[in-house]
Design a protein around this ligand. Structure first.
Ligand SMILES: [Cu+2]
Length: 215
């Protein structure tokens, strides 16, 4: 191959990479007609292209008898550590199909993490403090994000494709799974959606009782 030809080939490869079109999708969620819905999971699944998923490890603390943060996204295959930052014991468990596990009464930081391999929602509880609830959304798509305080997520640089959109939140009354959008070239699409959210009832008990070993 002569030098000029190989230069031309290189140039055309460069141009193709340089002009790969990417789209943008912004989703804004409100709840019950007005307020922004923060901390909702928004997931996009591309229909025609595969994206490599890279598991990342996460941490969910227990602070003041709550899981912090309360809703966490973990990529399939990732580990989560559950440090107890209170000076009392917690007993973390899940009975969910996506992952069943138990971390019997402990204080401080456990050496072992819990691995999440199966996509789905894992509901966390504590045997000692009934009101403690946490949620882990195990995803098989790298295009998975939590809405911010304004109720929005922005996906940038999405390759041209058709994407299935699902939305999840613990208080969601409806199943929001079967929406699909086709994005081409430099599309910039904004979706606004209002959803019905049930109030979350949380009763903290033993608030005024004298402290015992566990509370
Ligand atoms: Cu607890």
């Amino acid at each position: 191959m002569n030098i000029r030809l190989s230069k031309l080939i290189l140039l055309s490869i460069f141009l193709q990479v340089g002009t790969t079109s990417a789209a943008e999708l912004r989703i804004k969620l409100t709840k019950n007609g007005e307020l922004p819905l923060a901390n909702a999971v928004v997931k996009l699944e591309p229909r025609n292209h595969k994206v490599k998923i890279v598991p990342q490890n996460k941490v969910i603390d227990q602070i003041n008898k709550e899981f912090v943060p309360r809703i966490v996204i973990v990529i399939q295959g990732g580990d989560i550590n559950f440090p107890n930052k209170d000076n009392i014991k917690h007993h973390v468990y899940s009975f969910s199909d996506a992952k069943q596990f138990e971390l019997p009464l402990y204080e401080g930081v456990l050496a072992e993490s819990v691995n999440f391999e199966k996509p789905g929602v894992v509901v966390l509880g504590c045997n000692i403090h009934d009101w403690m609830r946490g949620y882990i959304y195990v995803t098989d798509s790298p295009y998975t994000m939590l809405t911010n305080r304004e109720g929005t997520v922005s996906f940038e640089s999405l390759p041209e494709d058709t994407y299935k959109l699902s939305i999840w939140h613990p208080g969601l009354n409806e199943d929001l799974k079967n929406m699909s959008y086709t994005l081409r070239g430099e599309d910039s699409l904004e979706i606004n959606r209002d959803v019905v959210i049930k109030p979350v009832v949380k009763i903290r008990r033993n608030q005024n009782r004298r402290r015992n070993r566990y509370d």
